[in-house]
Design a protein around this ligand. Structure first.
Ligand code: DX5
Ligand code: ZN
Length: 237
C-alpha cells in the first residue's frame, strides 16, 4: 500500500505583493509543489483579498498548479471566471454551498480538480454524501480570514477521523490542511494523515526568506510516516 507524497503549498496571502513574481520564483525554485491562493469577499469572511485578475497574473508567473481557496458566498457564480484565470484546483466551503453536489459537478465540468473546505466548527459528517465526488478535502486549522493565526489543536484529531472516514468509504480524496502550519505543526498533521500542507507566514515571513521557509517545512516532515491510507497512486499534479 503506497502513501501519497506530501506536498507543500505556499499561500501567497503572506507574500510581499510588491514583488509577487519574484516571490513565486523563489518558492518554485525551493521545491514548492503548488501555489495556494486565498480569495476572500468580506462577507463569508471578514477580509477582502483578490480576484481572478491576480490569479491570472500568478498563472503567468509560475508553472506550478494553482490551488484556489474560495472564501466567498455563492462561489458557483465565479467558478468559470477562476477556471479561465488559470486555477487548477477550485476549493469551495461547505458552509457556502447549499447544493454542494451540484457545485462540485460544476467544477468537474470545467475540467478542474474539486475540493471542499470545512471550517473548524463544521463536522466531517456534512461531507459523507460527497466523499466520492471530491479530489481533496481541506480542513481549516484556523478560522478563515487571516494569515498568521494560531493552529487549533483539535484539528489533528479531525484529520485522523477524516483519514479513517475516507478509508472506510474507499474514497480517494487527499487531505489538505490550512492555518498555522509551520515546522512544529507540520510533522504532526502529516502523521495524522494530511498530504497537502498550506503555509503562509511560515514560508513568506520566514527569517531567512521564502525559499528557506519552504526548505525548513520540507525538512520538518522528512521521515514522518503518513497515516496509512488506501490510495494506490499519488494524484497527478
Ligand atoms: C486563512 C487562509 C490561509 C492563510 C494561512 O484564511 O486560508 O491560507 O494564508 O496562513 P498561515 O499559514 O499564516 O496560518
Ligand atoms: Zn487558504
Amino acid at each position: 500500500m503506497s502513501r501519497p507524497t506530501v506536498k507543500i503549498l505556499p499561500s501567497i496571502l503572506s507574500a510581499d505583493f510588491r514583488r509577487l513574481g519574484q516571490q513565486l520564483e523563489e518558492v518554485e525554485r525551493a521545491g514548492a509543489d503548488r501555489i495556494h491562493i486565498d480569495v476572500m469577499d468580506g462577507r463569508f469572511v471578514p477580509n477582502i483579498t483578490i480576484g481572478p485578475l491576480v490569479v491570472e497574473a500568478v498563472r503567468q508567473s509560475t508553472t506550478l498548479p494553482l490551488d484556489v481557496h474560495l472564501m466567498i458566498v455563492e462561489p458557483e457564480r465565479y467558478l468559470a471566471d477562476f477556471a479561465r484565470a488559470g486555477a487548477d484546483i477550485l476549493l469551495v466551503h461547505q458552509e457556502t454551498c447549499p447544493h454542494l453536489h451540484r457545485t462540485l459537478s460544476q467544477i468537474k465540468e470545467l475540467g478542474k480538480l474539486a475540493g471542499v473546505v470545512l471550517n473548524p466548527s463544521t463536522p466531517l459528517s456534512t461531507l459523507e454524501e460527497v466523499l466520492g465526488n471530491v479530489d481533496q478535502i481541506l480542513i481549516m486549522s484556523v478560522n478563515p480570514g487571516f494569515g498568521g493565526q494560531q493552529f487549533i489543536e483539535s484539528s489533528i484529531a479531525k484529520v485522523q477521523r477524516l483519514r479513517h472516514l475516507l478509508d472506510e468509504h474507499g474514497a480517494q480524496a487527499e487531505i489538505e490542511i490550512d492555518g498555522g502550519i509551520d515546522p512544529a505543526t507540520a510533522p504532526r498533521v502529516v502523521a495524522a494523515g494530511a498530504t497537502l500542507l498550506v503555509a503562509g507566514s511560515a514560508i513568506f515571513r520566514a527569517p531567512g526568506g521564502a525559499a528557506e521557509g519552504v526548505r525548513r517545512l520540507r525538512a520538518s516532515i522528512a521521515g514522518v510516516q503518513t497515516a496509512e491510507c488506501k490510495r494506490s497512486s499519488p494524484q497527478s499534479r
